[in-house]
Design a binder for this molecule. Structure first.
Ligand SMILES: Cc1ncc(COP(=O)(O)O)c(C=O)c1O
Length: 414
């Protein structure tokens, strides 16, 4: 990839899988034919008008796009700085942005004649969305989920099962997303005729670019909606970063307009020590894992370190190779927000604007509130509300109203 120019949009979608030194396709030989098949199909379908029409039709009729672009007047006034807006990806069917790349990939898998889908999930949002599209399009589905996530995101496990998906709790390692990805890859190695529907802008080529391609509709809608609402583009776009799908979806369309600041917010967790956070760009080291080269949280011996975040969707050990490249280029700025700041942002948005964001998205809001306070009133800050907060009921309730939660649990067990 030529890094001397700044036409990032073309560079990303025309890439051979490398973004600067990041990305690639480091997989066991048995998976190569499957990945080459997906890459060839993606290269063709991204220019196929009939495929794109089917994709956008499903986004509209099944998922409910376009999602709302909502001003936050009370928060803007209380903070007293830049004007705040929210892109409500939580209004998508199944509650988050994840369904967008699931619809794109399921249509691609169908074109390839696939009958069985494998997926991993952290917060359960990608698994829930995958289960929904598999039911909708009639494909068999198995979702891997770390035991810890399986326990803390029970409602999403239930929805997946109701939709007919087999959910497999993974007992290895830290029992979070990372271990779920490894288990899903193992399944794919054993069943290479299946389609692996990866849930973020990570993994071997072509997943990072393909995920970005399907998710970029988010930024395209923001461009139109922000101009309609304010007469111009945002000054800042802010998104939380787990693997990077909602951030790349929001950022992609603005990459070549330097005047739009792009900020990714990672999980600062409970502190800066290893195992206490999930801030890969800021505290990770270079490595190759799960098929791609990027920043990963590692211990002194280069083993993958454990991660922590109050939000199940942000505690992944790696980050999109595209975001790693854009961070090096200085095009995307990276910040962190702590567990505590994210929880406070959920409460603030709920009380002041009547909106309950997912804990993942709340990391973006926590940073945006700080940023807005430092900016003049004519600036515009848009935050990607990647998901809605209902899935976090038992986590946030435990934090805000533990006694009510215990009373409810006792009532249910009567
Ligand atoms: C609502 C929500 N936001 C954000 C994320 C983080 O993933 P990504 O960085 O790929 O958007 C997740 C992951 O599960 C999620 O469920």
């Amino acid at each position: 990839m030529d890094t001397t120019q700044t036409a990032y949009k073309d560079l990303i979608l025309q890439s051979d899988g490398y973004f600067g030194p990041y990305g690639g396709c480091f997989v066991p030989e048995v998976l190569l034919p499957g990945l080459l098949e997906i890459a060839a199909a993606f290269d063709e379908l991204k220019f196929d008008a009939a495929f794109l029409a089917e994709f956008h039709d499903a986004l509209h009729t099944f998922s409910g796009r376009p999602t709302a672009f909502t001003p936050l007047p009370r928060l803007t006034e209380a903070i007293g700085g830049a004007q705040l807006f929210l892109k409500n990806e939580g209004l998508n069917h199944t509650g988050a942005h994840k369904i967008t790349h699931c619809i794109g990939q399921i249509l691609l898998a169908k074109r390839l004649g696939k009958k069985r889908i494998i997926a991993e999930t952290g917060a359960g949002q990608h698994g829930y969305a995958t289960a929904a599209v598999c039911a909708r399009f009639g494909l068999d589905c198995t979702v891997y989920m770390g035991r810890k996530d399986y326990e803390r995101q029970r409602p999403n496990v239930y929805w997946m099962e109701l939709l007919g998906t087999k959910v497999v709790p993974v007992e290895d390692g830290s029992q979070t997303l990372n271990d779920a990805v490894i288990a899903a890859f193992k399944d794919w190695v054993a069943n290479p005729e299946s389609y692996y529907l990866l849930g973020s802008a990570v993994g071997p080529h072509p997943y990072p670019a393909m995920n970005t391609f399907f998710q970029k509709v988010v930024g395209e809608e923001i461009r139109k909606q922000c101009i309609e609402a304010t007469g111009r583009l945002p000054d800042y776009c802010v998104a939380c970063v787990g693997g990077g799908s909602n951030a790349m979806g929001m950022f992609y369309d603005f990459l070549d307009e330097e005047e739009v600041g792009l900020i990714g917010v990672e999980a600062g967790g409970r502190g800066v020590l290893a195992g206490e956070h999930a801030a890969k760009v800021q505290h990770g080291q270079l490595g190759i894992f799960e098929g791609y080269h990027s920043y990963f949280l590692q211990d002194g011996d280069g083993n993958i370190a454990s991660t922590h975040s109050v939000s199940a969707g942000l505690d992944y050990c790696g980050v999109s190779p595209i975001l790693a490249y854009l961070a090096d280029e200085g095009r995307v700025q990276f910040e962190t927000a702590s567990d505590e700041a994210a929880l406070a942002a959920v409460q603030r948005l709920a009380r002041m604007e009547g909106l309950i964001p997912a804990l993942e998205s709340a990391h973006g809001f926590a940073h945006a509130f700080e940023l807005a306070a430092t900016l003049p009133k004519d600036k515009i800050v848009v935050v990607n509300a990647s998901g809605r907060g209902e899935k976090d009921l038992f986590i946030t309730m435990r934090h805000f109203q533990e006694e009510s939660l215990i009373a409810y649990a006792k009532h249910l067990l009567k």
